[in-house]
Each structure stands twice: as C-alpha cells, then as structure tokens.
Design a protein around this ligand. Sequence first.
Ligand code: PLP
Length: 423
Amino acid sequence: MKNYKQDTLCVQAGYSPKTGEARIPPISQSTTYVYEKTQDMADLFDLKSDGYFYTRLANPTVSAFEGKVSALEGGVCGIGCASGMSATALTVFTVAGAGDNILSSQAVYGGTYNLFSTTLPKLGIECRFFNPDDPAEEIEKLIDDKTRIIFTETVANPAIIVLDFDKISAIAQKYGVLFAVDNTLATPVLCRPKDFGANIIIHSSSKYLDGHAAALGGVIVDCGNFKFKGNERYSSFNTPDESYHGLVYADLPVAFGTKCRAQMMRDYGAIMSPQNAFLSYIGSDTLALRMERHSSNARAVAEYLNKHPKIDWVLHPSLKDNKYHKLAQKYMPDGQGGMMSFGIKGSVETCAKFMEALKLITQETHVADVRSCVLHPASTTHRQLSEEDLVKAGVPHNLIRLSVGIENPSDIIADLEQALEQI
Ligand code: PLP
C-alpha cells in the first residue's frame, strides 16, 4: 500500500479481504481467540508470530483502523487507543518514568495541558513547557539528559498555531530526543509530520479521522525512524524487559510500537473498542474529500468574517495576514483545515447573543466533524478565569471557536450573517 496517494489509502489501506471475505472489516466483537496448538499461542506470547489472543492487546477490527492510520502517516505500526488522551498518555509512559522530564509546546489541547501540568508531575514526570514561537536556542535550554520526548501539535487547538517542524526536528535530532506530534487537526491528508522529522504521531481519532462525532478513539503511530539502539536516554529500550521474557526493545525492527503495545497497553488497557474502530475505519474512508471541503469552507468563512465590521479579528492560517500563513503554505499547502477562531466586537453578553442567534451552526464542545459548530470558551470551558487570566491563556473574552463543517459554504455564511445582524 506504501506507494498509493493519501486519498487512495483512505479507502483502501488497513484491510484487504481475501476471496469470500467481507468487503469491509467486520466488527470482531470478541474478547478472545481460540487455538488448537499450545505452541501457536506460545509463539504469539513470544512475539514470534502475528495474531490475536486477547482484545486488550489486539483485535482484528482495531488492526484494520490502526493499519489505515499508520499507512496514511507513513508509519511502521499503529496502536488504536480508547481516546486521544490515552494515546498521548501511553506515548509518554512508553519512554518516561519517575525522575524523567518531557518538553511540550504550551499551545496544546487543554486536556493534554492538564495531563502534562498536573497529572504527570504526580507520577514524578516533569513537563517543561515552551512557547512554540520561541527561537531554538531558548527551547534547547530546557533539554537535559533526563529529557525523553518533545511534544507538539501540528495545528494547535484552540490557538491555531502552525508548528515550525524544521525548528523542532533540528532540536530533537541534535539531542537525540524523540519528537512526537499530535496531528489531530491537520490529519495526514493535509500534513504528514514524518516527512518533516517527526518520530511518533498521535491522533484523537474522535475528530476528523472519524469525522462524524460518532466514535471516541486515539491512534499512536510509530514512524520507525528513531534509533533507540545505544541511545543512553532510552535505557528502558536497551536493557531486558523482565516483565516480557527479557525482551530488548531496541533490538526489534519496531521498537517503540512493540514496547507501547506489549508493555503499556498490556498494563493500562486503554485499547480502542472494536465498535469504535469499525466506525472510525468507515468514517475515515472519506477523510481526503472531507478535508478538502473543510479547508475550502473555512477559507471562505475566514475571508467573509475578516471583512465584517462587527468582527475584531480572525485567526485562520489560510488568510494572508495570518501570522502562520507562511508556515501553513510550507507544511500544509493543500488546505489548512476547518478550525478557526474570531473575536466579536463586544462583551461576553454580545458573544452569547450571537451564539444563541445561530440556527444552523450548533454550540458544542466538540470540533472537527462534518457539522459546523461553535464554542465560546470565556463562558464555558474557561469560565472560571478572570479577564486578565483569559488574556494570558490566549482566550480573550470575545473569542469564538468555530469548527467549519462540510455544509454548503453559502449556508454557513448566511447563518453567521443573520446572527451578526442581531447583535
Ligand atoms: N488532541 C487534540 C488536538 C484534541 O483536540 C483532543 C480533543 O479535543 C485530544 C487530543 C484528546 O482527544 P480525545 O477527546 O479523543 O481524548
């Protein structure tokens, strides 16, 4: 499948039925699998052969979706997780333990920020945040011999900051640190982080990959391009894992992916459900078409809002005056996705009035599915913050987050127009 284009992989990768088998991956709704020969099962436990023995570790429907996402990201292994959050957590746990630290962009999804700033420190893992716009010399200062990962998002949610891949991958390579990218909002259709030096890709497949707001899920992709062998930062990859028959992960062709599944998925059990894998597999068939439409719709909406007298500012990387326009042209030239934010001229009450006047576009905490939706963080997710703290968090009181769907663009714009007329 490796030589096919992304739109072909969306519909063909991950599952190839043999003669007489179902055309689409059946939902393997079973916890376990039967074997006649004891040795066959022993070989599975010893990782000497591929197959299934317990759904907490692997399941045929989940494999189909993992295979598709891995192919799209150019990886060597995909791991389906219960959610995007569990994908992020398992990625960190695969390389870091108490006493270690990780570096993360401060512009990451709020749930990821909480995990890194509050929960990981309780487990003895420190997170050192950096501003992704800072020069490399500043970011480098945070690295020491305990640093295990540099974590970023291709397009940050909700700040809509486009990552400077060349800058971060140069730092990661210089220090031999694993470079992980959450590619949820760009998707492998608009950007393939591996092409720009990333080693591990993370997805909340609950967003564009599923695309229909139907199935929670996450995927970790091992790009197979990081050398663990002999790298002193990663002693847990270079010494025998006593909990897995003395396996030395760095000796395997798929080091990170194997450790993540055999050790972390085994112990944390955050596997994707077969039902959600099925829905995500089917949903992602149309990913390439949808991302094209999300991107062109968002561009049209951004241009419309940018000229509107009641709008203060608009953030979407397709706009020429956007701070990240150049980076977006470099790393995601075919489209910049459907996520944007804008500021309404007026108070929190004006924003609420505008939101309530919308008819087609609904208010939701979700983003990145086929239907357009909005959120006013100052009166919902960030309502506990003071005016000053809102500004510090990059969420001014008048910020509206808009996830542009795939409806006809004129209907989306007409809905915004009639709501703006009412304020
Ligand atoms: N990463 C990004 C960029 C997200 O937007 C989200 C959720 O909104 C997550 C990770 C977490 O994913 P999930 O909600 O599937 O746990």
